[in-house]
Design a protein around this ligand. Structure first.
Ligand code: G4P
Length: 530
């Protein structure tokens, strides 16, 4: 089984996280360029064309020109097989975005050098930290005026609570951007934007001791660089691979995705500093990726990619072994039923294609006749087991749902339950009430539109959504607490999930604190356990 090991060892599966506009798409595009997956940079971008065509499955997307779901790109580079998990931004941000991070082995955090840490980076970062996966930072747009480098690093450390270790160091920024200094090799790579759109182009590299360096970058930059190197060597955290693996130290790189400067250096370091898929936790202990049994878990379900067929695609992350088309597997949460995974698909750059085989680390999408739920385990192992569950992420927007035609009660309940089962929304009830008062929680507001649209189009049910001011949800950890006796702030609302578990929602974080103060021993959690 040397082949299996070889295939798995060359896999790297990661997500790119960033705030919209920091340059995630541009960076991805450049990665693909190095992998030869696309010939010309620019083809990922065209959000209205190439990228759109892939997920062109809903009118809403067409109307708004955005993609509602995240996808996976696979390409080969330098002997590695790379899977990039896309995490959508802006309004199309949803719980799916968080769940995608559950399928990644590491994350690349793209930060705009002139903006620093932004809201969405912060949110996604939290999930990466929860999973203790390695996080690599790429500070982008150095060809534009950037914040002071020390300040940027300071901000990452303070705001995100992770130590940083710059692998290279920028010389100036904006019009004065001269290149980056490689701390390990003690060389300067001079900035040039001739690589824009191509992977060829000259890279000029000078040793820090080279006499011509001063002339190349100018006296002021030269002096500043020497000073900063000295400061840095004394002040910054030492590089420690062990801390990087645990997600406690982030290697930092500087560059400009747009002009393709520093991208390949980053990619190379990244690939060397990350590992192939690591064992995953299950109720039967850790599952080794090199195990001959195939195993995978469902992390995303995408409905109705084809309106005429009303089908769903279940996205699975392979955790061990090899997948071959047509193989029979056990669906553990489906009562250990034996099933065949049909129409397995994978994304190759921008194309969706039917695949014959895939390995641990890969993501496949299979046709789902409505049997899968988020977190389900699929395996060929003789003794079935379950991978550790995917947490329920805290919704940040809530609305009360009213059905306009009360005669269609059955369709309404069926529709909303199915959509919740796919993981697009979370549904709750007023505490102590039944399905007559439904509260929907979503991570991104766009999901409200998706819900309304899908109920109307697929289930023929019209609804009205009444937004609630609540933005914070907490799961009650105490098993033996008397919910009726809980006293909170006036904005606090008691709700329950479909299993009857009690939860609290609040308008602001201050109320969460007050409620904790007022109820001794109360334990609230930010993520729900499935
Ligand atoms: P996102 O996926 O993180 O949302 O960001 P995206 O790559 O779409 O980049 C956002 C904008 O920032 C784009 O400009 C892009 O060209 C620009 N950009 C990305 N990397 C760099 C960089 O290193 N330097 C500079 N100067 N700009 C960069 P746009 O005007 O919104 O789009 P476009 O019209 O250029 O395509």
């Amino acid at each position: 089984m040397a082949d299996l090991r070889k295939e798995i060892e060359k896999r790297r599966t990661f997500a790119i996280i960033s705030h919209p506009d920091a340059g995630k798409t541009t960076l991805t595009e450049k990665f693909l360029l190095y992998g030869g997956a696309i010939n010309l940079a620019g083809s990922v971008k065209g959000k209205a064309t190439a990228r759109h065509a892939v997920s062109d499955w809903m009118e809403i997307e067409k109307e708004r020109g955005i993609s509602v779901t995240s996808s996976v790109l696979q390409f080969n580079y330098d002997g590695y097989c790379i899977n990039i998990l896309d995490t959508p931004g802006h309004q199309d941000f949803s719980e799916d975005t968080y769940r995608t991070l559950m399928a990644a082995d590491s994350a690349v955090m793209v930060i705009d050098g002139s903006k620093g840490v932004e809201a969405q980076t912060r949110k996604l970062f939290k999930v990466c930290v929860m999973r203790h996966i390695p996080i690599f930072t790429f500070i982008n747009k150095m060809d534009r005026d950037a914040n002071d480098t020390f300040d940027l690093l300071d901000e990452i450390e303070k705001e995100l609570g992770i130590a940083t270790c710059p692998i290279n160091w920028p010389i100036g920024s904006g019009k004065n951007f001269k290149g980056v200094y490689d701390r390990n090799k003690k060389e300067v790579m001079l900035y040039s934007d001739t690589q824009k759109g191509t992977k060829e182009g000259e890279e000029k590299i000078l040793s820090i001791d080279d006499d011509s360096l001063l002339a190349e970058i100018g006296e002021e930059n030269y002096e500043k660089l020497l000073e900063e190197i000295e400061l840095l060597d004394g002040a910054s955290a030492e590089f420690d691979m062990d801390l990087v693996s645990k997600g406690e130290l982030s290697p930092v790189f500087f560059g400009s995705a747009l002009t393709n400067f520093g991208v390949e250096t980053f990619l190379k370091h990244f690939l060397q500093m990350t590992y192939s898929p690591l064992p995953r936790r299950s109720n039967e202990g850790e599952k080794d990726p090199f195990d001959e049994d195939f195993s995978a878990f469902v992390f995303k379900i995408q409905a109705n990619m084809n309106k005429n067929h009303r089908d769903r695609i279940a996205f699975m992350r392979i955790c061990s072994g090899k997948f071959t088309a047509g193989m029979e597997v056990t669906h553990v949460q489906g009562g250990n039923k034996k099933i065949k995974l049909s129409q397995p698909q994978q994304m190759m750059a921008q194309e969706r294609k039917i695949i014959e085989e895939a390995y641990a680390g890969d993501i496949i999408g299979v046709f789902d006749p409505g049997i899968f739920s988020i977190g389900d385990t699929i395996t060929t192992a003789a003794k079935p087991f379950e991978f550790e569950g995917i947490p329920t992420f805290a919704p940040e927007h809530f609305a009360r749902v009213r059905q306009l035609d009360t005669m269609k009660r059955k369709q309404f309940v069926k529709g909303i339950t199915q959509i919740a089962q796919e993981g697009a929304i979370q549904i709750f009830q007023e505490y102590g009430m039944g399905m007559e008062e439904i509260i929907v929680g979503v991570v991104g507001v766009l999901q409200f539109d998706v819900l309304k649209y899908r109920l109307e189009n697929e289930y023929n049910v019209e609804i009205r959504l009444e937004n609630l001011p609540h933005e914070y949800i907490r799961w009650i950890e105490n098993k033996d607490i008397d919910i009726d006796k809980l006293t909170g702030t006036s904005d606090m609302k008691k709700i329950q999930d479909l299993k009857g578990n009690p939860l609290l929602i609040f308008v602001n974080e201050w109320s969460v604190g007050m409620t904790l103060d007022r109820n001794e021993g109360l334990e609230l959690a930010e993520f729900g356990k499935n």
